[in-house]
Design a protein around this ligand. Structure first.
Ligand SMILES: Cc1cc2nc3c(=O)[nH]c(=O)nc-3n(C[C@H](O)[C@H](O)[C@H](O)COP(=O)(O)OP(=O)(O)OC[C@H]3O[C@@H](n4cnc5c(N)ncnc54)[C@H](O)[C@@H]3O)c2cc1C
Length: 582
């Protein structure tokens, strides 16, 4: 039907030496793959689960400069993040929107009005070019001040005693990070990279250079769908496994020279806590903070930052983190507005932070670092040639990270023979699905609406809007499917008190046929919005599984297993709610 698709053809890896093989299909690995392929390198990537399933989907949904980093005088990081915020917004405007965030200021508050004002002046100064070349709907105003009276009028739920007013500042919201990571993956494929999800690096085959240093001869990877193993050969290998960085280094027999500092962060996705179109950030009595952000018809509430020592594979939302956010909200806002039954999902992620010996993980920098294992040791024998690892970073700065890693790789002797015909880096590339770098998503929606009218089977306005947001220009692929089979326009989930996204059956076909969804979990929690905003009903899960089975050939037993896995995921994620007092 359409040409650009994610597929898993391992035959294409046979008898071939890639320039670059990447381990990890979070935004870090995908951004490196995109940059490397766009520059003209021959690239493959393996991801043991699904693209963007882990840290890259557990974010606060912000593409942001990082106001908070000013507390630690990280001006360089803030400046870089602001520049990258603009570039990601321009490159993928269908999945990005402007978000105002208000910070109410109270008399006697630890971080007072003066300190905040100073911070915002610096933040705005560092963002002087934030709107350069940006479409009107993504232009961000400077910070501003709202009186106490106005704020109370607009959001009565904000406590009014001792309220002085509120600052408002502006960032971008990534409205569906799972799909944005997927669009980057598709962009890498468009540039020529081969990406395999559900494919795990099992081990490396190591060799030796004449000077005694080690090198990676091949990576043995396992297709977790079929169980078959494949050998990947490459000139350089990149470890972009985020929180698993140390484990992957261990597979290369590396001494634990580089450590991560890992911390978990959780968010609640709840029924709307109150009626607001801005985010709100509160300081709590014990000096903490929490925010309530409007997101996809829900409230997104976060965020914890707690050291984590266990395996990333075992992480679940921990009771004390859930209680912390729950009590922050109910102790700060009048009338205890949050009840356990309003919480539809709890999302946990692990920050793979650069270890810097800071006292707390909250104080640790969010900068990224690139480790070249070929050149870091005192003696050649300790090094591993052609092997690079990445630690830290933010979703917002991933494009820059991808760029810097590829620059580093291009200087390596292993790629010396490949340096001719390398294309210059292009900061202004549109992500697949985007209507063009710096183009307006609002204008595109108007255009799409106009075009959709002449379709054989026009869809409802709500559905069209949702499709344009999720797929950008590629929403026409869903409409084509519906034109061929109008039954595919049926909603996936019934209205569910207005909380169900306006998603339709054709999207399941798209997920399987064009977006490499291998499991029900891939479909429900990443290709669709449905499963990130909350646990779908058993009936909906059964319906999606049967629909998917038409294309995947899942028999009844497999369907049941797929459903069980999804149900078990939510059971573990939502378990702490049972122990919260109402
Ligand atoms: C709670 C929280 C909130 C955040 N909020 C924001 C925010 O609002 N804005 C922002 O800019 N940033 C935010 N961040 C930071 C951002 O999410 C991360 O910097 C980014 O997602 C890291 O991506 P990654 O690709 O390095 O890691 P991951 O997304 O975790 O990807 C690593 C991948 O490697 C794979 N892998 C591991 N081992 C193997 C193997 N053996 N074989 C194959 N694959 C393997 C894993 O399956 C995984 O998918 C937040 C982070 C957290 C935790």
């Amino acid at each position: 039907m359409h040409e650009l698709r994610l597929s898993r053809d391992f035959n294409r890896t046979r008898d071939r030496t890639f320039d670059v093989a990447i381990v990890g299909g979070g935004i870090t690995g995908v951004a490196i793959a995109r940059e490397a392929a766009a520059r003209g390198l021959d690239v493959c990537l393996v991801e043991k689960n699904d693209f963007g399933w882990f840290t890259s989907s557990a974010t606060s949904k912000l593409l942001h400069g990082g106001l908070r980093y000013l507390e630690h005088y990280e001006f360089g990081l803030v400046r870089e993040s602001i520049a990258e915020r603009r570039r990601v917004g321009n490159a993928s405007s269908h999945l990005v929107r402007e978000l105002g965030i208000r910070i109410p200021v109270y008399r006697g508050q630890k971080v007072g009005r003066f300190q905040l004002k100073l911070g915002f002046l610096i933040y705005d100064a560092l963002a002087w070019d934030r709107n350069k070349g940006v479409a009107e709907d993504l232009r961000l105003p400077r910070h501003n001040w709202l009186s106490a009276g106005r704020l109370s009028q607009m959001v009565p739920a904000v406590p009014s005693a001792n309220l002085r007013g509120a600052f408002t500042y502006y960032e971008y919201q990534s409205v569906h990070p799972e799909r944005l990571t997927l669009d980057w993956a598709l962009t890498a494929v468009r540039a020529g990279a081969l990406l395999f999800n559900h494919t795990r690096l099992e081990r490396f085959e190591m060799g030796k250079e004449p000077d005694g240093s080690r090198r990676i001869d091949a990576a043995i990877v396992k297709d977790l769908e079929s169980g078959s193993e494949h050998t990947l050969r490459a000139r350089v290998f990149v470890n972009a496994s985020g929180p698993w960085m140390e484990e992957v280094l261990g597979l290369a027999g590396n001494q634990p020279g580089h450590r991560l500092s890992k911390s978990t962060g959780i968010h609640f996705v709840t029924r709307p806590l109150f009626n607001h179109d801005h985010g709100l950030l509160f300081y709590t009595k014990d000096g903490g903070t929490f925010f309530v952000i409007p997101w996809q018809g829900h409230s997104l509430i976060g965020l914890t930052d707690a050291p984590y020592e266990g395996s990333p594979d075992d992480v679940v939302p921990r009771q004390f983190e859930v209680e912390q956010i729950y009590s922050y909200v109910n102790e700060t806002l009048p009338g205890r507005p949050l009840r356990p039954d309003m919480i539809r999902n709890i999302i946990v992620g692990i920050r793979p932070l650069v270890f810097s010996g800071e006292k707390t993980t909250r104080a640790a920098s969010r900068k990224f670092e690139i480790y070249d294992h070929g050149h870091e040791h005192h003696s050649a024998e300790e090094g591993i040639r052609g092997f690079v690892s990445v630690a830290g970073g933010k979703w917002t700065t991933s494009r820059r990270l991808g760029h810097d890693v590829v620059e580093e790789l291009l200087h390596k002797s292993e790629l010396a023979g490949r340096r001719t015909n390398i294309r210059p880096s292009d900061r202004r590339y549109p992500v697949v699905g985007s209507c063009g770098y710096g183009e307006s998503a609002r204008d595109y929606l108007a255009y799409a609406r106009e075009q959709a009218r002449s379709r054989k089977h026009p869809v409802d306005e709500d559905v069209l809007k949702q499709l344009v947001q999720s797929y950008g220009t590629r929403h026409t692929e869903i409409l084509d499917r519906i034109d061929q089979d109008p039954d595919l326009a049926a909603p996936i989930e019934a209205a569910n008190e207005g909380l169900a996204p306006h998603e339709v059956l054709a999207q399941i076909d798209q997920a399987i046929e064009a977006e490499s969804a291998q499991s029900l979990d891939d479909i429900v929690r990443r290709r669709l919005l449905l499963g990130t905003v909350g646990r779908p009903t058993d009936e909906t899960l059964a319906r999606i599984a049967s629909h998917a089975a038409r294309l995947t050939g899942w028999d009844e037993k497999r369907r049941e297993r797929e459903i069980e896995q999804v149900v078990e995921f939510y059971r573990r994620a939502l378990e702490p709610l049972k122990h919260l007092r109402d």
